[in-house]
Write a protein that binds this ligand. Structure first.
Ligand SMILES: NC(=O)c1ccc[n+]([C@@H]2O[C@H](COP(=O)([O-])OP(=O)(O)OC[C@H]3O[C@@H](n4cnc5c(N)ncnc54)[C@H](OP(=O)(O)O)[C@@H]3O)[C@@H](O)[C@H]2O)c1
Length: 317
């Protein structure tokens, strides 16, 4: 498995990471299989959040890590915080927030809960999950300083932030923001569409994120692509989905050429971007995990990369 350097650190992370958002529904034995398969496939990075399964995903992961043949040090473990769950609207793996909260106490409590549920002493990184409109930098500065000094968190980052929000926060912090996690994949390409369609009148010319990919490349921040195989916001996977016949036919053609599966090609498409994007896959099926991870080592040609983009419904101006 190819690796990428995380932000400005020396840490080499696997290009494909495993997200545990959907782990709450697994038995402990199945969760052991999932993390051992991921590790065997070259994955050394786990992405979590306090809200996944309202905490249950981290409970399952923590028990699985203990019962597995693996150690804490086999994985770089990342979690996120800053969302207050609305338990009435949330069920199973679908978790909705009642507000965002970047107050010092909320962030400190979030990390303590994560460490306790996963049964670990420290997080390799902690991300602010979604920008809190009421964020007060002084509170975040105090929280991050305390988390770093106590050894509970080693690195920091954000998720779903635009460049202005990153600049604003970074100007106050004592730590470098190393990571920004954004939705990105073949069927979620807002982050590149508007660059290709600059100054045109069509929908693809709309800037949804303020140029996060170019900003991250300039500032040496790692972009992590969440929900890489979903279309829309959690509508379901596009792979094998009869709504996208042309795209699936072309993914199959490339899969046959490279001797892999469509999942691998969907991974390879993200990895082909020169921004060194890390793919956070969410499958809880060991076979899908192996197939998806294999895509990190497939290098699509430029024309194949553009062809996939066209089959997903885009064009060039
Ligand atoms: N920062 C954020 O705001 C944010 C938001 C959402 C998610 N995330 C992170 O991103 C991670 C991944 O998100 P995700 O789970 O939505 O990503 P995903 O990998 O795009 O989707 C996973 C889902 O697709 C299914 N799938 C994969 N390959 C398939 C195939 N060939 N055929 C049929 N179904 C297939 C999986 O089912 P199987 O289990 O059966 O394979 C699973 O239900 C999460 O775990 C979390 O860590 C972050």
């Amino acid at each position: 498995m190819k690796s990428i350097k995380l932000g400005n650190s020396q840490f080499k992370a696997s290009t494909v990471a495993l997200g545990i958002m959907r782990m709450n529904v697994l038995s402990d034995a199945d969760a052991v299989k999932v993390i051992e398969t991921a590790h065997d496939a070259g994955i050394n990075f786990i992405d979590s959040a306090d809200i996944y399964g309202q905490g249950e995903s981290e409970n399952v992961f923590g028990r699985a890590l203990k019962q597995s043949s693996l150690n804490r040090e086999d994985f770089y473990i990342q979690s996120k915080g800053g969302i207050v769950v609305d338990p009435e609207k949330s069920h199973g793996s679908v978790v909705l927030g009642s507000r965002y909260d970047f107050s010092k106490q909320h962030l400190l409590d979030a990390v303590d809960g994560e460490l306790q549920r996963m049964g670990v002493d420290y997080l390799d990184s902690f991300l602010l999950h979604r920008p809190d409109a009421l964020m007060e930098p002084e509170e975040i500065v105090e929280a991050f300083d305390e988390l770093q000094m106590s050894g509970k968190v080693r690195h920091f980052g954000v998720s779903n932030f635009n460049p202005g929000q990153v600049d604003f926060l970074q100007a106050n912090l004592n730590q470098r923001l190393m990571i920004n996690q954004l939705q990105f994949g073949i069927m979620h390409t807002g982050a590149i569409d508007f660059g290709i369609h600059t100054n045109m009148h069509d929908d693809d010319s709309i800037d949804h994120d303020g140029g996060m990919i170019e900003y991250s490349r300039l500032h040496n921040m790692t972009i992590q692509a969440w929900s890489p195989y979903q279309y829309g916001a959690f509508e379901g996977p596009f792979i094998d989905n009869p709504k996208f016949p042309e795209l699936n036919d072309y993914l199959q053609e490339l899969a046959d050429k490279y001797g892999v599966t469509k999942n691998a090609i969907a991974t390879a498409w993200i990895v082909r971007h020169p921004a060194h994007i890390q793919v956070i896959l969410g499958s809880m099926n060991p076979q899908h995990i192996q197939e998806s991870a294999a895509g990190a080592d497939v290098e699509l040609t430029k024309q194949e990369w553009y062809n996939v983009y066209f089959k997903a419904g885009h064009d060039l101006p």
